[in-house]
Ligand binder design. Structure first.
Ligand SMILES: [Mg+2]
Length: 130
């Protein structure tokens, strides 16, 4: 469909702008508290993984069906944990001088080459085995 590419590009640009805006809010929150002094790269990467583990805790020892029910009952709490992950991720990328929206767009293009639709659709096989 002609014009869909432009719609997708505008939507992607909007998302990138939103990530940049959120990153600025996160940095303002950090700087209002003078916490940059604690946010070295190692501890930021560590904190990112600790928060990711808090997401994982929601699903530990649960069946697929129990996970589904748990999500229904705990969506707000899981959202908080995902927000923690995203906030560390966005700030860490910024601290490292990485433009995260650009990196995501770039990685999506690389993944599209690794996982062409005609080979990867409906398959969970790793790209090295496609
Ligand atoms: Mg947390």
């Amino acid at each position: 469909m002609k014009g869909m590419g432009r719609v997708a590009t505008v939507a992607a640009a909007k998302r990138m702008g939103q990530i940049r805006e959120l990153t600025e809010k996160i940095k303002r929150f950090r700087d209002d508290r003078d916490w940059l002094q604690f946010h070295n790269h190692k501890d930021m990467a560590l904190s990112l993984m600790l928060e990711a583990a808090e997401v994982l805790e929601h699903f530990q020892w649960k069946s697929v069906e129990a996970c589904r029910k748990h999500v229904e009952d705990n969506r707000a709490e899981i959202g908080d944990e995902l927000a923690d992950v995203a906030m560390y991720l966005f700030e860490l990328a910024d601290n490292l001088g990485i433009d995260l929206p650009k990196s995501i767009e770039s990685k999506l293009r690389k993944n599209a080459v690794k996982y062409p639709i005609n080979k990867a659709k409906g398959s969970a096989t790793k790209y090295t085995r496609l």
